[in-house]
Design a protein around this ligand. Structure first.
Ligand SMILES: NC(=O)C1=CN([C@@H]2O[C@H](COP(=O)(O)OP(=O)(O)OC[C@H]3O[C@@H](n4cnc5c(N)ncnc54)[C@H](OP(=O)(O)O)[C@@H]3O)[C@@H](O)[C@H]2O)C=CC1
Ligand SMILES: CC(C)CCC[C@@H](C)[C@H]1CC=C2C3=C(CC[C@@]21C)[C@@]1(C)CC[C@H](O)C[C@@H]1CC3
Length: 418
């Protein structure tokens, strides 16, 4: 299949071979982590205690539960929004409109779940079906990605993403051909990025906390910390939902298997790994250590939120008083680059804050097992890779101005280290 002219981009993720390998490795890794978390040894490296049979993986009722969840979140997405924001200008000079009602969806979901629990909903039982749920979610993601691929066949060339139109079927299926696949006002990529996966993540965490209460009479302090930290993170993402409209996932990447699997399987089932581990491996946590971990998470969040808000404010209103004193670099595009404040410390201060929080999410699980630190290691690798991708895009966008920025701000994520 010929790729539309001018849309060729360098192959990433190891090209077609890497994409094929990742489409096998990622689901296998997610299932391995789920099995390891509930096994006695909880080994991150090495074979799982036992390989599940199809009867443990496939459950039609769990598929119905997943589809009901997706349907609920889709319905909440379509409710009237407090605000409708415009995305960045597209190739055809148009700008798409997006509902800003993610935090509203989180609140309504919390209300529905609270009413359900008070009416006897056994939410804790969700922790017992995470394996079949992840399996049916993976199957659903493959089917969904196929439908997205077929939909891209009839999309206009201007609606295709630079990276997912190499002409290689496997690579384009993985990367995603269409930039903003929609049916009417419903934007599939925007919806999946922030709704079913992120809200599903904290719902799974809550189910694990309730199951621990069922098993041990009350949630452990460690489980409270992990639930609280990650609810803050998801609540923040949905409160500042509009910021996602300028991320590379929305502005640059096609919507294919990688992002669909990342949103619908990887986030809810591997980001809840610490809570899963704690349910099956209770960890003692004294108040002094808990307070220290809370301080670490607070530092991470302060940097994460401060840096993201500073950059987003600068982009939306460069003359905002809160950023008035910051030094900037002019670029040929007319946009300017911050070179002081958080963005003068390192080139991705938001990643630094996010990584510090990732560490704080693992620390309540103690140091007896490596498994709870999987997210920290994976996330460090993801952000290093993401930073490299962003650097390339910024170099293409800003050329010499970006070189000047790199000379003045030499470190990428960690001051004086990387
Ligand atoms: N938990 C998770 O799994 C993940 C979390 N994240 C988090 O999401 C957040 C967003 O990250 P990400 O999507 O990578 O994008 P960023 O928020 O880091 O934005 C990168 C863009 O910001 C602009 N920019 C960079 N430097 C400057 C500067 N000095 N002055 C002004 N603008 C600048 C450029 O875009 P332009 O100039 O065009 O505006 C660049 O492309 C981060 O906090 C990250 O930690 C991200 C991925 C996964
Ligand atoms: C499994 C693959 C190898 C990688 C999949 C990566 C995805 C899980 C992430 C890509 C970018 C993401 C963003 C977020 C969640 C994870 C994914 C989808 C946030 C929504 C997390 C909260 C932040 O406040 C904003 C992030 C935007 C990018």
């Amino acid at each position: 299949m010929a790729s539309p002219q001018g849309l060729k981009a360098p192959l990433e993720f190891g090209g077609p071979l890497g994409a094929a390998a990742l489409m096998l490795l990622l689901p296998a890794t997610a299932l391995h982590l789920l099995l390891a978390a509930r096994s006695g040894p909880a080994r991150l490296l090495g074979p799982p205690a036992h390989l599940p049979g199809l009867s443990e993986l496939w459950n039609p009722r769990v598929l119905l539960l997943l589809l009901t969840w997706l349907g609920l979140q889709a319905a909440l997405y379509l409710l009237p929004a407090r605000k409708v924001a415009e995305g960045l200008e597209l190739k055809d000079k148009s700008r798409l409109r997006y509902p800003i009602n993610g935090f509203q969806a989180l609140m309504l979901t919390a209300l529905l779940v609270g009413l359900g629990i008070s009416a006897g909903l056994p939410l804790g039982a969700l922790s017992e079906v995470l394996l079949p749920l992840a399996f049916v979610a993976t199957l659903t993601t493959f089917i969904f990605s196929f439908l997205l691929y077929m939909k891209a066949q009839v999309a206009p060339a201007s609606g295709l993403a630079p990276g997912g139109n190499s002409g290689n079927l496997i690579y384009d299926f993985f990367m995603g051909r269409e930039l903003n696949p929609r049916i009417g006002f419903f934007d599939f990529k925007y919806f999946c990025e922030l709704r079913p996966g992120l809200i599903g993540w904290v719902l799974i965490n809550l189910a694990l906390l309730l199951q621990e209460t069922e098993l041990r009479g009350s949630p452990s302090l460690a489980m409270w910390l992990v639930n609280g930290f990650q609810l803050l993170y998801v609540g923040d993402a949905l409160w500042y939902e509009e910021a996602v409209l300028t991320t590379m996932d929305i502005t640059h990447d096609g919507f294919g298997f990688m992002l669909a699997f990342g949103d619908l399987v990887w986030v809810p089932f591997t980001y809840s790994l610490q809570a899963q581990f704690l349910l099956y491996h209770p960890q003692p946590l004294g108040l002094p250590r808990a307070l220290l971990i809370c301080f670490i998470n607070a530092v991470g969040y302060y940097i994460f939120r401060g840096a993201n808000s500073q950059k987003n404010t600068f982009r939306q209103n460069p003359s905002d008083p809160s950023i008035a004193g910051l030094e900037t670099i002019p670029t040929a595009t007319g946009k300017r680059l911050l070179v002081s404040g958080w963005w003068g410390m390192v080139r991705h201060p938001n990643y630094l804050g996010d990584l510090i929080m990732a560490l704080a999410w693992s620390l309540p699980c103690g140091v007896s097992h490596l498994l709870p630190y999987f997210y920290f290691f994976y996330f460090a690798a993801l952000l290093v890779h993401r930073e490299a991708r962003d650097e390339l895009q910024c170099l293409q966008k800003y050329g010499r101005a970006w070189h000047e920025y790199c000379q003045r701000v030499p470190y990428r994520i960690v001051p004086y280290i990387y």
